[in-house]
Design a protein around this ligand. Structure first.
Ligand SMILES: NC(=O)c1ccc[n+]([C@@H]2O[C@H](COP(=O)([O-])OP(=O)(O)OC[C@H]3O[C@@H](n4cnc5c(N)ncnc54)[C@H](O)[C@@H]3O)[C@@H](O)[C@H]2O)c1
Length: 355
């Protein structure tokens, strides 16, 4: 397809800002239009976008939009994907893919039936630090991978939609644990066959966030086809900034990554300064400010990659396709079933039951 690829962003909140910034850095793309129901003028002004609409259907049907970027709350992913697919547009969709398995399947089917690309925006798959870790693993430095432990944890979501399961699909394991779940799947490149889960329970049972319907602490342990294990955590009870880490253990070695709090800059300040890392409220005392946080978390390389897929007519890699978003949701929901029943969930049976 000829460049620049013209993007239409749906949503004007936190994730929309990440995509607008990443698209601005991408040589072969530009933001053509934005659809939003609030802060539309301010968003268009900030990112210098000339055209805005309150109706995402208008954006999806616009002949000058090549790819629709879905940055709405998770319960509004499926309808936007369906509208974009019906208009024959490629789609980049934020995580998690949907709030229910039914919606996720419908979204994947809509894109398949229309013959458009549904690209699952899992930034961890593009984070330069994790790409380097992956290269080292692929070179064989750690031997056969036995066990991967990964987490995304912070003090709670900025979005009001994260409080209700109807809007976001689940608690911390689903909403932010989806990053490590998907990345560990991407690294192993195999089917998950068994899942065990435990959560704080949601609502009044939560550790801290009694006003969140979903859990504020959740873990999933899952087994791959070759017996390898993934152990993933997503929680909203962690103070001190967003803490994303990965540990990989193999027959010949081990590897550890500090994705968010491992900046090479160490600052000590008695008076503080404006910003260091996501979700860290105070910059007083010792801090380690991110150098380019969006880059570090993978957003610009992710957008560059997806735009390249459209430009060059290529399919996205395993880990960032619509069906990967669906498969990661299945792991999180299986962990919820395990937490409820106290049993190990067999994924073949789970998929059969939830068809
Ligand atoms: N990849 C990441 O690291 C990351 C980070 C944050 C959010 N997300 C995901 O991005 C999505 C959005 O989250 P957010 O944090 O930006 O939420 P947000 O609350 O900051 O923003 C949501 C935006 O969607 C808009 N919106 C709601 N209904 C709409 C409609 N019908 N048409 C157009 N716009 C509409 C809202 O007005 C708001 O601007 C969620 O699925 C979330 O999980 C991903």
């Amino acid at each position: 397809m000829k460049t620049p690829i013209r993007a239409g962003i749906v949503g004007t909140g936190f994730a929309a800002d990440l995509h607008a910034d990443a698209l601005r850095r991408c040589r072969d793309a530009r933001v053509e239009m934005v659809a939003g129901i609030d802060k539309l003028d301010a968003f268009c002004g900030k990112w210098e976008v000339a055209r805005g609409t309150n109706d995402y259907n208008v954006l999806c049907r616009d002949p000058d939009v090549d790819v629709v970027v879905v940055c709405t709350p998770t319960f509004i992913h499926r309808p936007v994907i369906e509208a974009a697919a019906a208009a024959g547009k490629d789609i980049i969709c934020e995580k998690p893919l949907a709030t229910t398995l039914e919606d996720a399947r419908a979204a994947v089917k809509a894109a398949d039936d229309a013959g458009v690309r549904l690209m699952y925006a899992e930034d961890w798959c593009f984070a330069p630090i994790l790409r380097r870790a992956e290269e080292i693993v692929k070179e064989g430095a750690l031997g056969r991978i036995l066990y991967v432990k990964a987490k995304e944890v912070h003090s709670g979501s900025h979005s009001e939609f994260a409080r209700k399961i109807e809007y976001c699909g689940g608690g911390s394991l689903f909403h932010i644990g989806c990053h490590p779940i998907n990345w560990v799947r991407h690294l192993f490149g195999q089917e998950v066959v068994e899942v065990v889960g435990k959560t704080s329970g949601g609502g009044s049972k939560n550790f801290v966030h009694k006003d969140y319907e979903g859990e504020d602490w959740g873990v999933a342990i899952f087994t791959f086809e070759d017996g390898g294990q993934g152990f993933v955590e997503g929680n909203y009870i962690t103070q001190g900034g967003m803490d994303d880490t990965v540990e990989i253990y193999g027959t010949e070695g081990a590897l550890k990554v500090e994705l968010t709090l491992g900046s090479p800059i160490h600052v000590y300040s008695k008076v503080g300064y404006s910003y260091s890392v996501e979700k860290l409220e105070s910059q007083i005392g010792w801090t380690r400010p991110a150098v380019d946080e969006l880059w570090q978390l993978g957003y610009p390389p992710e957008v560059e990659y997806f735009i390249g897929c459209i430009r060059d007519g290529k399919e996205p890699m395993v880990g960032v396709r619509g069906q990967d978003g669906l498969a990661s949701m299945e792991v999180a929901f299986a962990a919820y079933e395990s937490a409820r029943t106290g049993r190990t969930v067999n994924m073949k049976e789970f998929r059969e039951k939830n068809k």
